[in-house]
Design a protein around this ligand. Structure first.
Ligand code: URA
Length: 433
């Protein structure tokens, strides 16, 4: 069938066959199908969507377009995790050591941050000496030896997705659920695992703005995971405000350590507990209650914290890092308190705006080549539903440039909406699927 006819079929609301998707996607990867035809098909998908069979085929074609990471030589049940991204999301730094301490293998490839969202690799690289560029053999050896390894994407995984995503980004076709599901799962499924935990965020700081959309996305991804033989679970969690108190790379590492010590912020600690519990369930534990008890025990006994230290040391960081981080982390030169000029209840804390402020302070990247300052960021001291009084400190900026800090302080105040109306905090988790 001609590419023109494949596009027309989708435009008219009919499903494409495996062969049609194959010639379209692989033709695009090989440079035979031009961008304008691919973009037309993407827009047709945006309006007419893909059914479960088409999603399955598209995902498989994208997996086959790149390398597969074979971890079958590692003994033990391998569990992977993916978050659809948010502000202050340092969950991986906490749940990885917990599940590894529980005896599962957590061998994960992670990304860097771009725009308002941070990336796990950037957070880890704020630790002096920490190496994220492990080659695949080092990665496997470490996962086998201590049960946890985390590396940046080095291999060419899901090449078609990379090329398609760049085009979607330019053609207003990123936010279509079947395309997002296939894109995320092609990268997850290219890496060997027994189970996958998906953290699907909803809210102002997330891709998905509402619960229905998030549930549809979660179900589409679970379907792809299970059809590929992976035990897949999804947690739908809130991103209507930043997660936890700290946003910014070394600040977030400290918050992760505090959480592993059992004294992290309440919302963040609860989310980590639920996600780690679900990872244990995806890893084969029969009862959710047993899984949660195991998580609590591993934190209380210090085993999860010791696993974190072992992990940091194995990847080149300082020994006993959780006890000595204050010596190793360079502090920001400017610490500026931000106060509210009104009294009332916090109605909203714009997570996306806070992510962008952090990015401009130097904690993130506007462009891929931007260099990160690990010491800068923000601590958010008031959350949705909290009462605040005029002149009370609502946030603290950590910066290395006074003018930059002053400019961003004004925007930070505007990220909070405060009024006399009482309001309740949003749930931490909406649903586990
Ligand atoms: N993240 C991805 O990897 N792909 C998408 O399409 C959206 C978010």
């Amino acid at each position: 069938m001609r590419i023109y006819d494949i596009i027309m079929k989708k435009r008219n609301g009919f499903p494409n066959t495996r062969e049609e998707l194959d010639s379209l996607i692989m033709g695009f990867v090989e440079g035979i199908v031009p961008d304008y035809q691919m973009a037309a098909w993407l827009m047709a998908v945006y309006f007419n969507h893909l059914n479960a069979e088409e999603r399955f085929h598209l995902t498989e074609i994208m997996i086959e377009s790149g390398d597969r990471i074979d971890l079958s030589s590692i003994k033990g049940r391998k569990i992977d995790k993916h978050s659809t991204g948010g502000v202050g999301d340092k969950v991986t730094l906490v749940v990885g050591p917990i599940v590894a301490a529980a005896g599962l293998v957590f061998a994960k490839l992670s990304g860097r941050g771009l725009g308002h969202t941070g990336g796990t690799i950037d957070k880890l690289e704020s630790i002096p000496g920490f190496v994220t560029s492990l080659d695949i053999e080092q990665f496997k050896r470490q996962a086998e030896r201590i049960g946890i390894a985390l590396a940046g994407q080095t291999a060419q995984v899901a090449v078609a997705d990379k090329k398609l995503y760049a085009l979607r980004d330019l053609t207003a076709t990123v936010d279509e659920i079947s395309l997002i599901a296939s894109s995320i799962m092609s990268k997850k499924l290219a890496v060997d695992s027994d189970g996958i935990l998906l953290d699907v965020k909803i809210g102002t700081g997330a891709f998905m703005k509402d619960l229905d959309g998030a549930k549809t996305l979660a179900r589409a991804m679970i379907d792809l995971g299970r059809k590929n033989g992976r035990a897949t679970k999804a947690v739908i969690s809130d991103m209507n405000q930043p997660l936890g108190v700290s946003v910014g790379n070394s600040l977030e590492v400290v918050e992760a350590i505090d959480t592993l010590k059992g004294r992290g912020p309440q919302d963040f600690s609860s989310l980590c507990r639920i996600i780690a519990g679900q990872m244990l369930v995806a890893g084969g534990m029969k009862s959710e209650a047993d899984a949660l008890r195991t998580v609590d025990r591993l934190i209380l006994s210090g085993e999860a914290l010791r696993k974190f230290d072992e992990f940091v040391y194995a990847q080149g960081g300082p020994e006993g890092f959780s006890a000595s981080y204050a010596v190793h982390f360079k502090e920001a030169e400017i610490v500026e308190e931000v106060r509210t000029s009104v009294s009332g209840y916090v109605q909203s804390v714009d997570a996306e705006s806070i992510g962008l402020i952090c990015m401009r302070l130097g904690a993130g990247r506007e462009r891929k080549e931007d260099v990160i300052d690990p010491s800068v960021g923000i601590r958010i001291l008031k959350r949705i539903g909290d009462r605040v009084e005029k002149d009370e400190v609502i946030a603290v900026i950590y910066a290395n440039d006074k003018r930059n800090a002053d400019n961003e302080a004004k925007k930070l105040v505007d990220s909070f909406v405060i009024s006399e109306q009482k309001t309740s905090p949003p749930p931490i988790v909406y649903e586990v699927i």
